[in-house]
Design a protein around this ligand. Structure first.
Ligand SMILES: [Zn+2]
Length: 209
């Protein structure tokens, strides 16, 4: 599969929504952006959505998922441990920002480190809990791409002090990423992309380990 990646965040303080595009087929990672804006972009481009992948259950990563699932009838993949967050505005953080947040998303849950098969595309999941119990990174080995959600940012990591977060699993989760090849490009939930190699060198959370 030869694909390209497009990014939008709308509103701009929400998470990056990534489109993984192969010809006209598209997989949507973290549809946190406004659902009708995402749908407008999808129909503008003539894309055919195959599935949505959630890196975790926070509202700024899932806010558009209900709208898109109703529009395109596609599966929403999420780690089993974050399923309880989807319709719970307190757990998914929406409450704090006066969002409704009780999303009626029909999830397709998976378990730790499963590989997801979407049509002919295999996507490995790396379970990296601490930001939330079901936080994962999605790994496309052949393409050297890793979607890291709020686990790993350029120069930082996600917080572990939100509801359901746990600082105790930071080290074991980062250790999993540390073994990946340095030339992998990371696409974080917020902010610009980077590489595993650069983060191992400059990210102080790796240095502290
Ligand atoms: Zn988050």
């Amino acid at each position: 599969m030869n694909f390209r990646i497009e990014t939008i965040a709308y509103p701009s303080d929400f998470a990056n929504t990534y489109f993984l595009i192969d010809d006209l087929r598209v997989i949507i990672v973290d549809p946190g952006s406004d659902g009708s804006s995402l749908a407008a972009l999808i129909s503008n481009r003539g894309w055919k959505p195959l599935a949505m992948l959630l890196t975790h259950g926070h509202f700024d990563h899932i806010n558009g998922a209900e709208f898109l699932q109703k529009a395109y009838r596609i599966p929403v993949y999420v780690h089993q441990a974050d399923v309880i967050m989807l319709d719970n505005a307190r757990l998914n953080g929406a409450e704090m920002f006066q969002f409704a947040g009780d999303y009626a998303i029909e999830p397709k849950p998976f378990y730790s480190d499963e590989t997801i098969q979407i049509a002919d595309i295999a996507i490995a999941t790396i379970h990296t809990p601490f930001h939330t119990p079901g936080s994962v990174c999605y790994y496309l080995k052949e393409q050297k791409v890793l979607f890291t959600g709020d686990t790993l940012f350029k120069g930082s990591i996600g917080r572990s002090d939100l509801p359901l977060g746990s600082f105790r699993t930071i080290n074991s989760s980062l250790a999993k990423l540390q073994t990946l090849p340095g030339d992998i490009t990371i696409y974080p939930g917020h902010g610009p992309k980077s590489t595993i190699g650069k983060e191992l060198e400059f990210n102080r959370y790796f240095k502290l380990r």
